[in-house]
Ligand binder design. Sequence first.
Ligand code: APR
Length: 254
Amino acid sequence: MELLTARQRLLSARRVAVLTGAGISKASGIPTFRDAEGLWKDFNPLEYATPEAYARDPEKVWNWYAWRYRKAVEAEPNPAHRRLVELEARVGEGFLLVTQNVDGLHARAGSGRLVELHGNITRARCERCQKRFPLPPPEAFNPPPTCPACGGRARPDVVWFGELLPPGAFERAERAFVQAEVALVIGTSAEVEPAASLGRIAHLSGAYLIEINPTPTPLTRLADCALPLGAVEGMEALLGGDAPPLVEDPGGKP
Ligand code: APR
């Protein structure tokens, strides 16, 4: 039974690498991008999520990010975020969570061994001195923010299409997926590189690959266990109390 094998592999692994996408935050009320009701249906990424768009109309881009920032702060981590915190505590230093999400919900749930590949929407970065700083609370936030250090204009501290990832972020993520005994990929369409390559890298490196996604992705055919479930349901099936016991009762039931 694939699920039991996946659970046993996950709970006995000393090195676990996890990749999450927008799907894990859907249960927290944060929209995805490419679903039927995703953000890119109503907003053209070329007008909101590229350096050119920002240079062309910084106010329009900042107003969009201020709206997403407010939604992220109003959202709460959901049971799937919290299950990953439990898994991190169980695995320890061999655990790494790599997220494409900028909503900050993994950090708020308590994830510590965390790489935010695409930045974080609750921070800004000065265009002049590159200083990163937290945005004020949404109710006191009037974009664009100015840098507290040099007074320069600041931009959202997220990675736009065509931009480089934060220095060292992908290298750290790739190392974890190469070395992983188990790789767990949750709620991503696996369409955006280089993040999308991490699941393949783990598979090619011999990891046991688990995917949680209600719809098939390019990764699904490589997965050792593909759970066609939402993130919350999938994490409960893998790690929740109602999942089958790890090992059959050695004494056997009379
Ligand atoms: N639980 C888990 N997965 C879900 C759920 C759910 N409840 N609902 C939808 N999904 C899945 C969808 O099937 C889809 O495969 O989540 C995935 C979301 O895919 P995208 O919207 O493409 O989001 P993501 O993969 O995170 O996008 C990657 O693209 O636009 C850029 O920078 C942006 O970080 C983002 C990157």
